[in-house]
Design a protein. Structure first.
Length: 448
């Protein structure tokens, strides 16, 4: 029965992902845009000419593995540092060691995993040591460095973007693990190609997820008396639960996905819009957040071309508040499709933005006297409301009266588009402008 043991020795209880972690660039999966023959990062590693850098990419793409490969090839002292478990005291201790090493003519490479977890003050502690060369900093992060890393520190580092692994990358990795001794090379594993393809698809670009899933599938496969393991469709189905979607409600992916939803609707693409909606909801996004963005979209991108869009978006928000997920997903879908196919107008958005610039940048002028209210005798003595013309008392229901400050007379903010219902508003505005050009203020007739 000894042959039934899957692993022997001190590695028996190590996770598969740790046992098969590559130690050379030749065994590293993916990132050929950085590590292919002649590529800059490969050259820096092979020549041991590492400079301060940031590895930015999603989980499971090899950021820490790359750092360990560098550790194996460099002649510098290499310190592995975690932002999760280390505080300012540990930072100072490491910096003192690095400074002493520099005085002795040595180099120190400091690898900081999850560097985005350090606050700005903690990141500042690295800056003087990076500047004077006491340390070569390598940081790994899943978050956008532009947002999460001190700009002064970031300016002294080169950012390398690591991409999610392709399905082909993951398939190659899984096949290799089945063959090498550190993986399952010493065992008889019967697993069909479509099983590996399913695991690769499920992993969603994450090598760690792919390896953990493969390990679980094999450990739960059918074991015969010879020690061979057979992976069945049923065992694979049981081991693969709901896909964990990459999403951080406070991180960059949050904004990437809401941007994708907004821009798909703006481009009148309901299929793409519904897909991005589903991506957000299935990853756990608050439906009320999405509903608020739809309300914004209804005024920014549809506006007066279809005023019903705003009513529908507000109704969707109320539906989300009343019934929550998963029921409100259909209300959001209904609204997303409607907004995607509604006529387009951004005239409300451009009108406000133009008026906002004038309100902020130009001199703050008083409200013209003729449109001020005059509830007291003193205000009337000061000519508040003098020459005001009540439009309803006039024959054409329009007063030839200036309502803008003197410096802005004649300024146009609202420029309607001829889309949907706004076409009628455009015609009405043209008629109003013509009337004002043709009727001076002192020529108006009151209604009977």
């Amino acid at each position: 029965m000894e042959q039934l043991s899957m692993f022997d020795g001190q590695n028996a209880f190590m996770p598969l992902a740790s046992r098969v972690r590559p130690e050379t660039l030749e065994d590293f999966a993916g990132q050929t845009h950085l590590l292919g023959k002649g590529k800059i990062l490969r050259n820096l590693i092979e020549k041991d000419q590492i400079t301060s850098m940031i590895f930015w990419g999603p989980p499971g793409v090899g950021k820490t593995t790359l750092a360990r490969i560098i550790a194996g090839k460099t002649h510098a002292s290499f310190i592995d540092f975690s932002a999760v478990t280390s505080g300012i005291k540990e930072i100072r201790g490491v910096m003192e060691r690095a400074e002493e090493n520099r005085r002795m003519g040595g180099r120190t490479i400091l690898f900081v995993d999850e560097i985005h977890r350090f606050n700005k003050a903690q990141q500042d502690a690295f800056l003087p040591y990076v500047e004077k060369g006491s340390i070569i900093l390598i940081g790994a992060t899943t978050e956008n460095p532009s947002f999460e890393i001190n700009s002064a520190l970031l300016s002294r580092c080169r950012v390398f973007v690591l991409k999610a692994l392709t399905r082909e990358d993951l398939l190659s990795l899984l096949k290799r693990v089945l063959e090498i001794p550190a993986g399952f090379g010493g065992q008889t594993i019967r697993i069909e190609p479509h099983h590996l393809e399913t695991i690769a698809a499920f992993a969603n670009g994450d090598a760690r997820t792919a390896l953990n899933t493969l390990e679980m599938v094999i450990l739960n496969g059918d074991l015969d008396r010879s020690g061979a393991v057979t992976v069945t469709d049923e065992s694979l189905k049981q081991c693969i639960s709901r896909k964990s979607l990459l999403y951080d409600k406070n991180g960059e992916e949050h904004y990437n996905l809401i941007s994708a939803l907004h821009k798909s609707m703006r481009n009148s693409d309901p299929d793409a819009a519904v897909y991005w909606l589903a991506r957000m909801l299935e990853a756990g996004e608050d439906p009320l957040y999405i509903a608020r963005r739809l309300i914004r979209f209804a005024s920014e991108d549809v506006g007066l071309s279809d005023s019903h869009a705003l009513t529908l978006a507000v109704s969707a928000y109320q539906a989300c508040h009343l019934i929550g997920m998963p029921e409100c997903s259909l209300s959001l879908t209904q609204t997303v499709i409607y907004l995607s196919l509604a006529p387009r107008s951004n005239s409300c958005y451009t009108a406000y933005e133009s008026a906002k610039r004038d309100a902020r940048d130009k001199m703050t002028e008083p409200v013209p006297l003729q449109i001020r209210n005059a509830p007291t005798g003193l205000m009337k003595e000061l000519h508040y409301g003098e020459n005001y013309q009540y439009a309803h008392d006039l024959k054409d229901r329009i007063a030839a009266m200036d309502c803008l400050p003197d410096s802005l007379k004649g300024r146009r903010y609202y420029h309607p588009v001829r889309q949907g219902a706004e076409s009628a508003l455009a015609d009405r505005l043209d008629a109003v402008i013509r009337w004002r050009n043709e009727h001076p203020a002192d020529n108006q007739e009151e209604t009977d």
